[in-house]
Design a protein around this ligand. Structure first.
Ligand code: CO
Length: 134
């Protein structure tokens, strides 16, 4: 069911500093920051030859990243995003198999303007999974 790895997301406390690490130290192509107020985050994308890295920082005091960064003040790997052809079919299949789909199972619009869903880390080897309809 899952297809390509779309991106790996790294939560960071300081997006400008993290962008500089990827751009200047690692020599990667880093996008301009984009605020996603519906998700309470600001993101940049690092473009690699075979996938992307999403650097994600809190936007506003209610950000869902606040707790994560409290536990990981230097930042850390936050989620992996896999592509699926049909997000509703993917959701229904996962629910049938007992997986917990976050946010009531309703797809939200993700950073690429496409429908996304998040899956509970306890059901997936301790990793938060994002599904994006490719
Ligand atoms: Co993501």
């Amino acid at each position: 069911m899952i297809g390509r790895l779309n991106h790996v997301a790294i939560a960071v406390p300081d997006l400008e500093a993290a962008s500089a690490v990827y751009r200047d130290t690692l020599g990667a192509r880093v996008s301009a920051p984009e605020d996603l107020p519906d998700h309470g985050v600001t993101v940049v994308f690092v473009t690699l030859a075979n996938t992307s890295i999403e650097l994600v920082a809190p936007l506003g005091p209610e950000s869902p990243l606040a707790g994560f960064l409290k536990r990981h003040p230097a930042g850390g790997m936050h989620h992996v995003c896999y592509e699926v052809d049909d997000i509703i079919a993917a959701r229904d299949r996962l629910k049938e198999r007992g997986a917990r789909v976050l946010g009531g199972g309703q797809p939200a619009t993700g950073a690429h303007g496409k429908p996304v869903l998040f899956l509970h880390p306890k059901d997936f080897c301790g990793t938060l999974i994002e599904l994006e309809e490719a």
